[in-house]
Design a protein. Structure first.
Length: 176
């Protein structure tokens, strides 16, 4: 019995070491050649959203790891920074995060508004007519993006917002 416990502890340590060793390699790659997730073959880091209204955030990539906290905001944008099996290491806009089961995440893109109230405009131009005003912390669906502007859907309104006021979209990202 004692040998089995010892073996399991060594296996758990080995798994965590592999996960930790894989992370710096992804961080050292340059923007020209993004890291690729070993499970999904998708780029790392990448943005996703929270599929569920609640998701446990664990200290490690398994059900046996302690729950550090619970994300409680459906559609909240998150950034995947690592993968291990069915688990994704994610961070929020504050850099806080942990391991979440992949079923709790969605590929649907959302963003979070930051800073002061932001004018949502009819066109991607600073002098275009205002369609709505978005308060800080609004979660919106991400549609198209130019180098400086993104089209969003939020609260029944659709319009363009400067990319600099959003978290959940890469600076160089263009979508159409």
């Amino acid at each position: 019995m004692a040998g089995t416990v010892h073996w399991r502890q060594l296996l758990r340590i080995a798994v965590m070491a592999m996960v930790l060793l894989a992370q710096p390699a992804a961080a050292q790659t340059d923007e020209a050649s993004p890291a690729i997730g070993p499970e999904t073959n998708l780029p790392l880091p990448r943005f996703v959203s929270l599929r569920a209204s609640e998701a446990n955030v664990r200290r490690g990539p398994s059900l046996s790891h302690r729950i550090d906290w619970v994300f409680k905001r459906r559609d909240m944008p998150l950034q995947v920074i690592a993968e291990y099996g069915h688990w994704r290491r994610v961070i929020d806009r504050d850099g806080q995060g942990g391991w979440v089961h992949y079923r709790m995440l969605s590929g649907a893109r959302t963003v979070l508004t930051e800073g002061e109230n932001i004018a949502m405009r009819t066109r991607p131009e600073p002098d275009a007519m205002e369609r709505a005003i978005l308060e800080p912390g609004v979660v919106a669906r991400l549609e198209d993006c130019t180098p400086d502007w993104c089209e969003l859907n939020a609260g029944g309104y659709s319009g363009w917002v400067p990319k600099a006021n959003l978290w959940g979209v890469a600076d160089a990202e263009i979508r159409d």
